[in-house]
Design a protein. Structure first.
Length: 225
């Protein structure tokens, strides 16, 4: 009994969490306020007897290369049973970077990272969460085509990588597209990139739907959350 589930990625996972070692004991803030918090709250409140520990190592602004650079301290050394990764939007056409990684470059670094993780921890279960965009947003209003093509190439790569590594793939683009038919994008993803509370709720429910079985117990029971 008892599993350690580690989430990593960029600001979408980060959720403004406390990152200093001295603040680790502040359990109200160390997990952040993103979909990771929602998953922790739902699973932790329903299955306290499973003794599942959720860790968040997402850092705002990170690209896949930064995740790879932190692989030992933030993934390998913590010896998690499950590692969940959501990364990609900062690899896109960001003004501060001046260019974006091609799907091939993004995929190459992603594969290197997972290969090293599996070599160090052969039993680890991996969850790859699909990067996504809203249908509109101030972040990319003037160049949506470039953003869409770029993130679309990353989405294809993540699907391929999940198959290659036997990882769980959590699709997000389709559920956000459908959600934006019910309410405007800003209700779910306020700037086209960063989810609102409702958007994080969608991610959490989708993660539990596809990856909840990794947490043990009755699969059907988990899916009812």
């Amino acid at each position: 009994m008892g599993k350690t589930v580690l989430f990593t990625g960029d600001s979408i996972s980060d959720g403004n969490r406390y990152k200093e070692e001295k603040d680790r004991s502040d359990l109200n803030h160390q997990i952040g306020h993103s979909y990771v918090y929602v998953i922790d709250a739902l699973i932790g409140s329903k299955y306290p007897e499973r003794e599942i520990e959720f860790l968040n190592r997402g850092i705002s602004g990170n690209r896949v290369i930064e995740l790879y650079g932190r692989i030992h301290e933030d993934m390998i050394d913590l010896k998690p049973d499950v590692v969940s990764i959501l990364v990609g939007v900062n690899d896109g056409p960001q003004a501060e970077h001046g260019h974006h990684a091609t799907g091939d470059a993004y995929g190459k670094i992603y594969r290197m990272m997972l290969a090293e993780l599996k070599e160090a921890n052969p039993e680890v279960k991996i969850v790859l969460v699909e990067p996504f965009l809203g249908k509109n947003g101030p972040v990319y209003d003037k160049d949506y085509k470039t953003w869409s093509e770029c993130i679309g190439s990353y989405q294809k790569e993540v699907r391929k990588i999940a198959e290659e590594f036997g990882a769980v793939f959590v699709p997000l683009q389709e559920i956000f597209d459908k959600a934006c038919e019910k309410r405007d994008t800003s209700y779910w993803i306020w700037d086209g990139v960063h989810p609102t509370e409702a958007g994080h709720g969608l991610i959490a429910r989708q993660w539990i739907k596809y990856a909840g079985y990794l947490l043990g117990g009755n699969e059907d029971e988990i899916y009812k959350i």
